[in-house]
Ligand binder design. Structure first.
Ligand code: SF4
Ligand code: SF4
Length: 366
């Protein structure tokens, strides 16, 4: 785990907070301590020993979605404020200090390997036992709240004739780090990496941007490097469509959709094209662009498990984002957190794999 970059934090602390208009938390909370430079100032003062840790400070430093909206206007290209704040909460907070709202989720993680409690059984290995083309890592959030996402992914793999296994896994570990338990994060990573690396699969398929980011950017720091490439479902299924192993057709009852770019896919992975190409591969489907979209997207309010700790603010951030989406039959996204959080006030949300699954399976059955 890299250490907090004190110099970068000081640069940010001295900045006139010029990115605050791009920070969804600041837009919602409108208090200095939750603004980007405000959080950096608190972090700096803590590192200098000028102030002491307490629960209010931990709450302020935790009020970050990890969305990297602040990077859109930041004059320091090397600064990743979200990551520095995460390091502060992981490396510098006093041992055992946890926000009360995080306690039940952290306990679930320790007991079940998922923040949401007992994991459903039946996700265990399916398909050929050895050397599958694809090892599919299902994310905890969809597993707990929207198992149809996992089901559709499996149906698409089968429709394309891909040999696969579903990994009966633990949480990727990121939530444990968010809530300050790096030891638990490392333990979950080590158990996952052991299974993944022993699978003999050609690639690891993920449908969650936070899992992807954790596998690719955090596992190497946690001593759990993966020995196979990690590929997102949009990129992978687009390739299968291009190879005509998947054949999308028109979808009954859905003629126009808008696409909400998840922050990590758009700004960290820079994957904005594959989901759009995939949507455009569905005959007769109209894609209505959000404003802003692509790399300039705005967070749904659920990044970095924010919705579990700050549900009211998270819902308000989701409402703001929904106002930026044009009317359509459904909002499509490619992140289980966005899919859950944007359903506030009854909006119709679908994950990209759910939509593609409808398209391919309806076409097959026509
Ligand atoms: S990462 Fe997002 S929530 Fe965190 S400070 Fe930057 S803009 Fe605000
Ligand atoms: S993240 Fe960048 S733009 Fe925002 S306050 Fe810090 S230094 Fe300034």
């Amino acid at each position: 785990m890299a250490e907090v970059n004190r110099e970068m934090l000081l640069d940010c602390a001295l900045c006139p907070n010029m990115c605050r208009c791009e920070c969804p938390v600041d837009q919602e909370w409108r208090r200095e301590a939750s603004s980007p430079a405000g959080k950096a100032r608190l972090a700096h003062l803590l590192l200098e020993g000028r102030i002491e840790w307490d629960s209010a400070l931990l709450e302020a430093l935790s009020s970050c979605l990890g969305c990297r909206g602040c990077q859109l206007l930041c004059p320091f290209p090397e600064l990743d404020l979200a990551e520095e704040l995460l390091r502060m909460r992981t490396e510098e907070r006093p041992a055992g200090m946890v926000l009360p709202a995080a306690v039940p989720y952290l306990n679930n993680l320790k007991k079940f390997g998922s923040p949401y409690g007992a994991r459903p059984t039946g996700g265990a290995a399916s398909g050929p036992p050895e050397k599958p083309e694809v090892l599919y890592f299902t994310n905890c959030t969809a597993q707990a709240n929207n198992p149809r996402m996992q089901q559709r992914t499996v149906e698409l793999l089968e429709a394309a004739g891909v040999s696969y296994r579903v990994l009966d896994q633990y949480c990727c570990g990121y939530p444990a780090q968010i809530w300050g338990d790096l030891e638990l994060a490392r333990q979950l990573a080590a158990e996952n990496a052991a299974q993944i690396n022993a699978s003999g699969a050609a690639l690891l398929l993920t449908d969650c941007p936070e899992c992807w980011h954790t596998f690719t950017a955090r596992y190497p720091h946690w001593g759990s490097e993966l020995s196979l490439p990690v590929v997102d479902t949009a990129t992978y299924f687009l390739e299968l469509v291009r190879e005509q192993r998947l054949k999308p057709g028109p979808i009954e009852g859905i003629t126009a959709v808008t696409y909400h770019d998840p922050c990590i896919w758009a700004r960290v992975a820079e994957r904005c094209e594959a989901p759009r190409e995939l949507l455009q591969s569905i005959p007769t489907l109209e894609l209505k662009e959000a404003r802003p979209a692509g790399k300039e997207t705005r967070c749904c309010g659920a990044g970095a498990m924010f919705q579990l700790l700050f549900p009211e603010q998270s819902a308000q951030i989701a409402r703001r984002r929904l106002e930026e989406l044009p009317p359509a039959d459904a909002v499509v996204t490619a992140c289980p957190f966005c899919r859950e959080n944007l359903q506030v006030d009854g909006a119709r949300l679908l994950d990209l794999v759910e939509l593609l699954g409808c398209s391919v399976l309806q076409e097959r059955d026509r």
